[in-house]
Ligand binder design. Structure first.
Ligand code: ATP
Ligand code: MG
Length: 373
């Protein structure tokens, strides 16, 4: 957004200062300084778009002030005012970075025009700097995303690789269970088989989760999505000493949703809860509750970790907002989750107060299945 131009007029003669100020006042915010030194002091405290500088002043000359101004971090555009239009002085000024000079006496229109050009130039270059900075931020984020996506591809490949030996384990344990052997060995074999089955379930769940889904909505039972997701996470929860309490309404109606996408949302929220509980003293609790009314299905995922401060609370759904540092988080989890839920015509809300932990509630529309016939 373009703001009103900020102009500093520097001249040791009061009448000149005041007349210049009068000419510019309607269009810009104008401040004045009566010497080179005071101009530099003022410019240190405030960013100006344009400084209008008298070339001849008793303490510091306009050229000296120009040199100092150009060394400042947010250096303004400078126009020099000269009573005797010496081409040499003007050339010096331009070499030192002044964008123009104006000869006394000048017309009001000409003066206004020169200053306007300077303001425009300064504001455009500020915008360009801002754009370049934004571009750099986005470029870094893209690199991070690319890294994550190749990590995801590698993970899927590893998981696929694991599927074959686990099928072998299952097959051989089945085979051995059919053979004559004593009960102690049979018990161990049953354990091997059930652990291999568990691995198979985990692999299947991860593959469902990783598969790119184009939002294919089918009749889904949300309790089932939660159970499958917990299967993926339960081992990590055990390692982190996290207890997961489920209160799933057994009468929860099915709704139309994309299984994989809803699972992705739940994983994202559970990952965040797990991260938050890392610094928390036991008991570390995540609770998942499902319920419904005539219009919605509600999934509430809460944890008893530290609350989210109020000033951060309104930012957490913004893409790339993270408090975990760029090595730990991309800041995309919640924004992707909200996007998915909104594409299901639902919404996600967060509740967090000091001493009450954090709770995310997902609303999904209750879409009844049309009964044919
Ligand atoms: N359960 C929670 N408790 C405390 N803070 C949370 C919780 N969930 C989210 N946040 C805050 O919201 C921020 C954004 O979360 P989001 O999932 O979008 O990104 P991230 O977890 O930082 O990174 P990513 O999910 O991409 O790995 C987090 O960095 C964290 O500060
Ligand atoms: Mg996250």
């Amino acid at each position: 957004m373009q703001t009103r131009g900020q102009v500093l007029v520097v001249d040791d003669e009061l009448s000149v200062r005041e007349s210049m100020k009068m000419i510019l006042n309607g269009r810009f915010d104008v401040q004045t300084a009566d010497s080179g030194y005071s101009a530099l002091e003022i410019a240190k405290k405030k960013d100006f778009d344009v400084v209008v500088l008298d070339i001849r002043m008793p303490d510091l000359s306009g050229i000296e002030v120009l040199r100092n101004l150009k060394e400042m971090e947010h250096s303004p555009e400078v126009v020099l005012v000269t009573a005797y239009a010496s081409l040499e002085t003007a050339k010096d000024a331009i070499k030192l970075g002044a964008y123009d000079y104006i000869e006394k006496p000048f017309s009001m229109d000409n003066f206004r025009e020169v200053v306007s050009k300077g303001v425009e130039r300064k504001q455009k270059s500020a915008q360009a700097t801002q754009l370049a900075n934004d571009f750099e931020v986005v470029r870094k984020q893209l690199i991070q995303l690319e890294k994550l996506s190749s990590l995801g591809r590698m993970t899927s490949e590893v998981i696929h690789e694991l599927a074959t030996p686990i099928t072998g384990l299952l097959g051989f344990s089945e085979f051995l269970l059919d053979q004559e052997c004593d009960e102690i060995i049979k018990n161990s074999l049953r354990k091997i088989r059930s652990e291999a089955e568990r691995c198979q379930t985990i692999i299947r769940n991860i593959l469902t989760f990783a598969r790119k889904t184009e939002g294919e909505k089918k009749s889904v039972n949300i309790n089932e999505v939660i159970a499958k997701t917990i299967d993926i996470k339960s081992h990590q929860f055990r390692l982190d000493n996290i207890r997961c309490n489920l209160e799933l309404d057994p009468n929860l109606p099915d709704t139309l949703a994309d299984f994989g996408q809803i699972q992705q949302v739940i994983v994202n929220i559970l990952n965040n809860a797990q991260d938050a509980l890392r610094k928390q003293n036991p008991p570390k609790i995540i609770s998942i509750t499902t319920s419904y009314d005539t219009e919605h299905i509600y999934i509430m995922i809460a944890n008893n970790g530290p609350h989210i401060p109020e000033d951060i609370l309104e930012l957490i759904f913004e893409p790339f907002f993270t408090t975990k540092g760029s090595e730990q988080g991309t800041g995309l989890g919640l924004s992707i989750s909200r996007d998915i839920i909104r594409r299901h015509n639902g919404d996600i809300q967060v509740y967090s107060k000091s001493g009450e932990g954090v709770a995310f509630t997902i609303y999904l529309p209750l879409i009844e299945q049309k009964v044919e016939g």
